[in-house]
Design a binder for this molecule. Structure first.
Ligand code: SAH
Ligand code: F3S
Length: 499
């Protein structure tokens, strides 16, 4: 979480009336010191985010509402008055990590901070967290991000531990201050929360609740505002963005399209935001009109993430995915036959209960056909509370590992030749920062969501540049800046600049 300051006007607002009172009383409780000077200091909150983009977006939202309530955000857990851990529960090991991390954070601290657990583990485990981690004071469900300051106030009023697993309240709307965004150039914009699909292995419908779409007007306004603030790229996020179904037409009236999501894409493309990406798409709801929209608007990026999970119909049925392999291929064909070359990525689970070698080989065959630009591979792990947890987890760990490695190795080869195919081509790259590997290099993502490194000047961060690819590595591309006409780029002020 970035540090930053609210505009003075907002600070002044917080120093008056209720916010100020709250802030003073919390400061007293948290520090345990009653001196006047101490009570004038702001309490600080440290937020640590684990898991997916949705969690990052939730932390940004929580930080915005906490700052509005008079808190400062800090990057150091050691000195924070309130420590929040925003958790992930997609895999069980992730959950165990949370308890370990809470113990670590507690021991790091020089004071006795208020400790809160946010996110999916909080929502699923609720009260049970207090038994496993008695140090925890607050349990903040996935829809309680805007009410954290109220929970702190309740602690102040003497409650020992507070829990909020309720739905979002009327009037709570998506609101993220630019200072809380994870990047000054790329912004996550949630368009739909929750999931109604209930794939048999997945905990998300239980941790995030039912699908709830934001109105198009709200999303379009946010994207327009982000553009004015200088953001170059937005990621529309949701468990299944293409299941987007707002309660009203509001904001979509002028946009055509086969589904509300296609209409939203066109409405957002019209805002002029330079790059628009979206993830994740659910295969059953993937309408070919999404491809048509991408063909119409160059600012709709050439990348689709379409998780398949398995190449075996038997396993897909047992996973309750609502699509078979042929249905999936029809979507893939629409993507591959596009006039633009669209990058395609996916998620696959190996070792699902009952997965035979034959089923697994069907998955191996599927990746040949799909030619993915990238693949996230997961070994199945049973999640208590999901329908699949009632099935016998009968693929031994050693076999899951073997299948994982076999799939990974083949994907590596397929992906390598796709990456090699970029050599000589120019791609458009948003410069997001310096490369971690080399002082002289900048790094960013292409519109097709590949990591691209190249020599450049740090002042170019935030710019969109053309880069001609000269080298392909396993998971990234390397290139050289070029002008739009294909000639080499402008002189650069780096010691090894290739001017
Ligand atoms: N639609 C969501 C999926 C969330 S979970 C999205 O936004 O991407 C991300 C991925 O985790 C899933 O696609 C699946 O491949 C993997 N996954 C979920 N539950 C799992 C489990 N119990 N075991 C192994 N992998 C799992
Ligand atoms: Fe999970 Fe399936 Fe929804 S993977 S997030 S239940 S689409």
């Amino acid at each position: 979480m970035k540090l930053g300051l609210y505009p003075l006007s907002a600070l002044l607002r917080c120093k008056s009336g209720r916010c100020y009172r709250l802030w003073l009383r919390i400061s007293d409780r948290l520090s345990g010191v009653q001196s006047v000077s101490k009570s004038w200091m702001k309490s600080t909150v440290y937020i640590e985010t684990l898991g997916c983009q949705m969690n990052v977006a939730d932390s940004e939202r929580a930080a915005t509402s906490l700052r509005r309530a008079g808190y400062d955000l800090t990057l150091s857990p050691e000195s924070a008055d309130v420590v929040l851990v925003n958790t992930c529960s997609v895999r069980e090991r992730a959950e165990q990590k949370v308890y370990k991390r809470i113990r670590q954070l507690r021991s790091l601290s020089t004071k006795k901070p208020v400790i809160g657990v946010m996110g999916c583990v909080a929502q699923l485990e609720g009260q049970a967290i207090l038994a496993k981690a008695p140090d925890v004071d607050m349990i903040i469900g996935t829809r309680a991000t805007d009410r954290i300051s109220i929970l702190i106030e309740r602690l102040k009023d003497g409650e020992e531990a507070v829990i909020d697993l309720e739905e979002r309240a009327e009037g709570e709307s998506w609101d993220v201050s630019p200072v809380e965004r994870h990047s000054p150039f790329v912004a996550f914009v949630p368009i739909i929360e929750g999931c109604n699909k209930f794939c048999s292995f997945c905990i998300v419908p239980y941790s995030r609740g039912r699908e709830k779409s934001r109105t198009a007007t709200e999303i379009v306004d946010e994207v327009k505002q982000l553009r004015e603030l200088g953001y170059k790229e937005v990621h529309l996020i949701g468990q299944n963005v293409n299941s987007y179904r707002p309660r009203s037409e509001e904001g979509l009236e002028k946009s055509r399209g086969a589904t509300p999501f296609c209409r939203l894409l066109r409405a957002l493309a019209e805002t002029g935001m330079e790059r628009i990406k979206f993830t994740t798409s659910f295969p059953r709801d993937f309408h070919p009109d999404i491809v048509a929209a991408i063909e119409e608007y160059s600012n709709l990026c050439d990348w689709v993430h379409l998780p398949v999970q398995s190449g075996s119909d038997r396993i897909l049925k047992s996973m309750r995915r609502g699509h078979l392999v042929e249905d999936y291929f029809r979507r893939v064909d629409a993507i591959k036959n596009s006039k633009r070359r669209l990058s395609l990525t996916s998620d696959i689970i190996v070792g699902f209960p009952g997965e035979t070698e034959e089923d697994f080989q069907a998955t191996m065959k599927l990746i040949e056909r799909c030619q993915y630009d990238g693949l996230f591979i997961f070994k199945y792990s049973s999640r208590p509370g999901t329908p699949a947890s009632k099935l016998v987890d009968d693929v031994p760990e050693s076999e899951k590992k073997k299948r994982f490695l076999e799939l990974e190795s083949r994907q590596f080869d397929l992906q390598s030749s796709i990456y090699q195919g970029y050599i000589g081509r120019a791609v458009s790259v948003l410069v997001e920062g310096r490369s971690a590997r080399s002082e002289e290099d900048l790094t960013g993502h292409s519109t097709c969501h590949k990591v691209v490194n190249f020599k450049g000047d740090p002042t170019q961060q935030g710019e969109i540049l053309n880069v001609r690819i000269t080298e392909a590595k396993s998971y990234s591309l390397y290139g050289q800046q070029v002008n739009r006409d294909g000639t080499r780029g402008v002189p650069m002020r780096t010691p090894a600049g290739d001017a």
